[in-house]
Ligand binder design. Structure first.
Ligand SMILES: [Zn+2]
Length: 361
């Protein structure tokens, strides 16, 4: 009886030792993983964008190296950059950075302020942006900045604009950028530079209209985390189908209603630049590729139509022009008349040629 009792006591002591050991080992383990910095170094981003894409979505952002993005601020030549305005801008950047550092470990750092001659007669931000975008984009060539933020301090239609995957964002305000909303707009436009699209999520900073919150939905986080190391140079990703397909898949997964696939935006913008440079065949290739990602964008169809016109592929030019209008583009009367005239001229030589503009059948 006594020996049985002894055995029981022995068993309890042994078991409690095991328990203590387990508790100690768990404790040590936790301590070990907290102190092991190498766990984080495994997830350091790589400068190669395809490598970057391998960062798992939702992975611990604390384990990723902080990225500092240098920003050049440009402002209208008739604005006086006094201390009040400068303080306001810096306060906006503090708010933007709090949000970007917490979510993406990104810090936007103003490295320079520069005056710029903006057109004064334009009354909406979108046209002002289209007019100056290419010139502004070049400003980073000679100075230490990756991104340019243009500040328009006057009454103008629109509060912010940016070209997807570019290095240019533009924001407007007539009260010296002294409001939290200005921070939301800046954060929102910066996100477009990584390819982020508009969402329909009320509290999201990428809300399609009237975003007033510095918080991010899963949808916006997904694209920002995928592209956080992007270098704002579209040429480096335009031929990288793996990354383009990943971006497009994210966009499709989230059903961004009414939003154009950011990959189509990228390809159409590049196709448009080639069209301006008169490299029509290459432009057509990019535009057709753009249509494969998103075929319902009038802008792509319109530029395609103009390319076909230049190559004398008049029937294709007509087809794409009608598609452009069908998918919401404004008619381009100058182009339309040129195309009409070409058909009329051709008919003079060969009456059997049908002019598709003549709807008398
Ligand atoms: Zn936007």
């Amino acid at each position: 009886m006594l020996s049985k009792l002894k055995n029981k006591v022995k068993f309890i002591i042994q078991s409690s030792h095991i328990c203590v050991l387990i508790i100690i080992s768990i404790f040590l383990n936790i301590n070990f993983s907290f102190s092991n910095e190498d766990l984080c170094s495994l997830k350091k981003p790589n400068s190669n964008i395809n490598e970057t894409a391998k960062i798992e979505l939702g992975s611990d952002i604390n384990c990723i190296e902080k990225r500092v993005i240098d920003v050049l601020i440009i402002y209208d030549e008739n604005i006086i950059l006094n201390n009040v305005l400068k303080d306001n801008i810096e306060n906006r950047f503090k708010e933007v950075n709090e949000f970007y550092t917490f979510n993406y470990k990104i810090e936007w750092k103003i490295t320079n302020y520069q005056k710029f001659k903006f057109n004064k007669s334009i009354d909406n931000l979108s046209s002002l942006f289209s007019l100056h975008k290419d010139d502004i984009s070049q400003l980073t060539n000679n100075i230490k900045a990756e991104v340019v933020l243009a500040l328009i301090e006057r009454d103008i239609k629109g509060i912010g604009i940016a070209a997807t995957f570019s290095n240019v964002a533009m924001v407007a305000d007539s009260s010296s950028f002294n409001n939290y909303i200005n921070s939301v707009v800046i954060a929102h436009e910066f996100a477009h530079l990584f390819g982020a699209w508009h969402t329909q999520r009320k509290k999201d900073f990428m809300l399609f209209s009237g975003a007033n919150n510095l918080s991010a939905s899963r949808e916006s986080n997904a694209i920002l985390k995928l592209m956080r190391d992007y270098n704002f140079d579209p040429k480096t990703i335009i031929n990288e189908d793996t990354i383009l397909n990943r971006i497009s898949r994210l966009y499709k997964r989230h059903h961004a209603k009414g939003e154009i696939d950011p990959v189509a935006r990228l390809l159409t913008d590049a196709g448009n630049s080639l069209y301006q440079e008169k490299i029509y065949n290459e432009s057509i290739k990019l535009l057709i590729k753009s249509n494969k990602y998103y075929g319902r964008w009038g802008k792509t169809r319109m530029i395609l139509s103009k390319n076909y016109y230049e190559l004398d592929m008049l029937q294709d030019s007509f087809t794409e022009y009608t598609r452009a209008i069908f998918f919401g583009s404004k008619p381009d009367k100058k182009h339309e008349n040129k195309l009409k005239k070409k058909f009329i001229d051709l008919q003079k030589n060969d009456p059997s040629i049908k002019n598709p503009f003549e709807l008398n059948n």
